[in-house]
Every structure is written in structure tokens, then in C-alpha cells.
Design a protein around this ligand. Sequence first.
Ligand SMILES: Nc1ncnc2c1ncn2[C@@H]1O[C@H](COP(=O)(O)OP(=O)(O)OP(=O)(O)O)[C@@H](O)[C@H]1O
Length: 367
Amino acid sequence: MRILVTQVLIPTLKKHFRGRQNGLKFRRIIGQGAFGVTALLHDVRKEPPKQFIIKRALRADAVDDLRLEIQALRRFRGAAHITQLASYRDRGLNDRGKDNKEIPGPYIIMDYLENGTFKEFFERCVAGNIRVPNRVLWYIMLCFIRSCVALAWPPKGEQGAKEELEDTYIINGNPGSFAHNDMHMGNVMFGGLEPDVDEHSIVPPLKLIDFGLAGTRDRWPRPVGPDNFNAYQGLPSNVKHAATMMMKLITGYGGRLSERSVDMPVTVPDAKGNAKTIKIPTQANLLWQAGAHELYPYLDELLRQLIGDMMATYYANRPFLKYLLDTALEAVRTRRSSDYHPNIQNEETGRAMREFVKRFFLDAQAP
Ligand SMILES: Nc1ncnc2c1ncn2[C@@H]1O[C@H](COP(=O)(O)OP(=O)(O)OP(=O)(O)O)[C@@H](O)[C@H]1O
């Protein structure tokens, strides 16, 4: 069945875009799974041609997910850390209210993210057996936190909304409980460097993709446990999944993780305002279990703490987004190589960061 649909669909896409629909031309199939197909399109009216992805479902149940994804992506137009919807077709009509009978069923056209998935980046780092510089980790963490801000306060921009950093959304009232629900390394991608945005001019911006399971409820409610105590809440779940990917990148461990909690010491003020140390359980066990400090001796301690906080076993112990954003922003803006151990200072300079990005992102994507 799948082969049949694909055999029909791919020539249909090719034929449709051969005619330069709205300046778009079919280039090649990017991904083809059991549920859907994604293909690369070029807008040949631009020089160099602007690249887009078209995503089309292959099965009836995947059509529902695609519809959900269209609804979700419309909420995030304008958010710099979520893949951007360029156009779509749902229920027979495209976003300009016109019928497009040639490509049957709903589809999504979105901006192409040229620097690949987080998973590919992770695998390159593991294969190269390298330590990702702390300063690069902070840039990636900042992007993750901004994506969580977008999920909590969707900008709901108009068609063609200009992308903006999410920092200002945070003042707009209480966060929502929208969950991505499928935040893993294959659903996080890196776009192209942006010379005009400080934080994206050195390390490529990270963006979430694949919103087919997203929503304000968990698609697969698990039995009540510490991680989904009381009710399902999207925000702490998104935050934990972001931190989990950071932990995987730091440790190079890409397998299934144990949800075993370990104690993490945290300094808090006591009733008199004096500092006291308490222990909170966290699932960031690879960074906090016995022996972890010796295994990752050069990891920025604040980053280790932040990941532990974001993966705190109990929702109530996970930090507010405002704190996460301020902490990551400050680290990105102020950390210098001299802040790190002499053994790694030459790997933490601005120059070393640029070389790292060239090797693990830009050169790795060259055709
Ligand atoms: N905006 C994008 N830019 C570049 N590549 C993309 C983009 N969106 C998706 N892709 C590519 O297409 C693949 C499939 O996309 P996506 O995960 O959204 O579809 P899916 O049908 O839900 O796939 P899966 O079932 O594998 O999760 C991605 O892994 C990625 O390689």
C-alpha cells in the first residue's frame, strides 16, 4: 500500500512543481517513512534559490497528524526556534483560500533547515570522539530554552510573519501547557547561520520540527508517577526533553535512558536568608550519579546544574523559563575561554568555536 501511494505521489509532486508553481520547483526526496514523505523544493525566483520542504502524509492516520501539525505550526509563525510554515493546504484549500487539486490531501511547505538534525550532529560528535566546547553547548541550550518559551507562549503570527527571538513573549501572562510530545534528536534541526543575529552568527540556530503529535495533552498518558504527577503539563515536559538532549550530547550516550533519580545538591536560602544546601532528586543521572564529575571534569558546572534542574524528578523543582532564559543568555554573552580549566582554554576560544562549527555543521553539510 505504502509503495503504491509513494509511487503515485512522487511523480505527482514532480509534475506539479515542474510547472514552477509559485516559482517552486521539485528537487529531491529528503525523507520517506511509513507515515509520510518530505521533499526539497527550490524557489527559483530567488538567487540563490530559496529552499523549502514539502511534507505530505502517506496514510490516513498520518493525515490526522499532518492536520494537527498545520494547526500547531500556524500558532508558531514568527518564532525563531520553531520550523516556519511557508504555506499549506488543508481540507482542499491552500492558505490563500484556493483549491489545489493536483496534490491531493493536506500538505505543509516549510522553510528548509540546512544544517541537518540534532541526531546527525550528535552522531558526528560521537564518531569524532570529541568534547563539544562548553561555549557551543551554551548557545545550543539557549536555543532550546527559547524554543520552550515559544511553546509556552505561541506568538500566533500572521502568514509571512518575520521571525523574532522569543525573549519578549515571556512577559505575556502565564505560560500555556502546550507540549511538543515528540521531542527527540531526530525532531530537532539546525538552520543556516544568521549574520544579523548575535547568537546565531556563530552557532547555527536550533529549531523544533515535526508537530504531528503536539498539543495541550499527552497523546499517551502514562501511569501516574513522579514525572506526570497530578495532571499532564506540557511546559515541564518540554523543558525536560530539551535538557535530555543536552545530556546526551555531553555524554555521547544516545541510547534509552533510565529514569532512575539521583540526588543533586542545590543551594537555597533558609528562613533567615542564609544559604543552605538541600538535595533534590533529578533524572539527569548521567551527569549527577557517583563518578560523573570525574567522567566529565571540564563540563561548565552551571550548565551541569541547569540540566539537573531541568530534569528534576518533580515538576515543581523544574525552574521557570525566565530563570532559564536569563541564565543561558548571561552565559552565552559573558563566558570566555579564561573561565574554563587551563587544559581546555584553547578549545573554548571564539576561534575554536568557529572551527568547531565549520567542521561539525557547515563542512558536514557540503553537497
Ligand atoms: N524544515 C525542514 N528542513 C529540512 N529538513 C526537514 C525539515 N522538516 C523535515 N525535514 C526532514 O524530513 C525528515 C522527516 O520530517 P518529519 O520528522 O517532520 O516527518 P515525519 O513524517 O513525522 O517523520 P518521522 O516519522 O521520521 O518522524 C526529518 O527527519 C528531516 O530530515
